[in-house]
Design a protein around this ligand. Structure first.
Ligand code: PLP
Length: 394
């Protein structure tokens, strides 16, 4: 089908909930995508941080194919090896203790919120269920995670939302202290606010939050849905901050392109969710965990993680080196970068870059967000940089 035929049928049959670009994608390889009309793009989006090993990755495809022939799905009433293997790798690589598998980022955050509330209920009884999150955060689109998201624009239409969230300012420990009270059970944050604009939290602030949690027996919940699985140059971003979260949520990159999420708990709270307290039909299903194991076998290699840091630094230095007054800053870590531009120039810049064959994202009000496949080659980066330089330096 041509783009126009597809679009016509999409408009007829698909709910119009996304502001989609005028591109219909057909296939990909490495960090390159082709649309239905054969136009080629360098992809700096990886399906919003999902396809961390690029497109048409043989290792992931083989793992899925082999496992699909063997056993695609069984219920969580039975034990399966791929699921145990994924959990073991996540724990041994991080020092965390136990994993619960889900299917998406929002669902992982739901699990993390449930775990924090039950931890507090088991120890202190009712009335200590409030979770402090940060303004400008993003935690998902369910009725609970929308309310956990510290942005007023997400608290619309779907009333009543789940109660029990308070908000504080990022990088302002006094604001966090003011939001904590006798009803608080946890503090939840992204270490780099992704959707909010690619804004890394200050290390001092993160350590102060950790100390506040320890002083008050609050669980420290870290949302690594976007920052996890090698994206920032370590398997998880919390490892670079040098903190010990009680619970970490993840999704996106874990499956390299298949839907999977997980909640990982430290030994402080790894038995809180016992039999019958939490479940999901597809969580940890063998075929999906086979893909996760293929991803983790690559992403946990020290030389792979080093290459992510180096590629991120390369992109940052080259973009700042354009010397364009349209580029105000480049922020972020590893291959999670935000090019800061004038808010009112951003839409036009993005359109020009995309028209010239490079796919990019936006975040917050003034960032052009880059989340390329972690496996992107230097040739692919150079091609994308040449396009961006032309647009920024016009
Ligand atoms: N948390 C963070 C930090 C995210 O970036 C996202 C998605 O962008 C989510 C949660 C929600 O994940 P999902 O869309 O898989 O539900």
């Amino acid at each position: 089908m041509t783009y126009h035929e597809l679009k016509e049928q999409e408009n007829q049959y698909v709910m119009n909930t996304y502001g989609r670009f005028d591109i219909a994608l057909d296939h990909g390889s490495g960090a390159q995508l082709w649309d239905v009309e054969g136009k080629r793009y360098i992809d700096l989006t990886s399906g919003i941080g999902v396809c961390c090993l690029g497109y048409n990755n043989e290792k992931i495809i083989d793992a899925i194919t082999e496992q699909a022939h063997k056993l695609m799905h069984v219920s969580n009433l039975f034990t399966t090896e791929p699921m145990v293997q994924t959990a073991k790798t996540l724990c041994t690589q991080t020092g965390m203790s136990k994993v619960f598998f889900s299917n998406s980022g929002a669902e992982s955050n739901e699990g993390m919120i449930k775990l924090a509330r039950k931890y507090s209920y088991d120890k202190y009884g009712e009335g200590r269920a409030e979770i402090v999150t940060l303004y400008n955060s993003f935690h998902g689109r369910t009725v609970t995670t929308l309310k956990a998201t510290g942005q007023e624009k997400f608290h619309q239409y779907f009333f009543p939302f789940t109660e029990g969230f308070a908000y504080a300012s990022a990088n302002d420990i006094e604001s966090v202290k003011a939001a904590v009270n006798d009803h608080t059970c946890a503090i939840m944050m992204e270490l780099i606010q992704g959707e909010g604009g690619v804004l890394p939290l200050d290390s001092d602030f993160v350590h102060q939050v950790e100390a506040l949690c320890r002083e008050n027996d609050l669980l420290l919940l870290v949302d690594e849905v976007q920052t996890g699985i090698g994206r920032t140059g370590s398997l998880f971003c919390f490892q670079q901050y040098g903190i010990k979260p009680d619970v970490v949520s993840m999704a996106k990159g874990l499956g390299g392109g298949v839907p999977v999420g997980a909640v990982m708990a430290a030994d402080t709270c790894d038995t809180v969710l016992g039999p019958g307290t939490h479940a999901t039909t597809f969580g940890g299903t063998p075929m999906i965990c086979a893909a996760a194991n293929a991803v983790l076998s690559e992403v946990t290699k020290p030389e792979f993680l080093k290459s992510v840091t180096e590629k991120g630094e390369y992109l940052k230095a080259k973009i700042l080196g354009f010397g364009s007054d349209k580029v105000k800053d480049v922020r972020g870590m590893g291959l999670m970068l935000g090019i800061v531009v004038d808010a009112d120039e951003r839409a036009a810049l993005v359109k020009e870059i995309m028209d010239a064959g490079v796919l990019v994202l936006t975040a917050g009000t003034n960032a052009i967000r880059l989340l390329p496949p972690l496996s992107i080659s230097y040739e692919e980066m150079d091609e994308a940089l040449a396009v961006m330089q032309k647009v920024f330096c016009k």
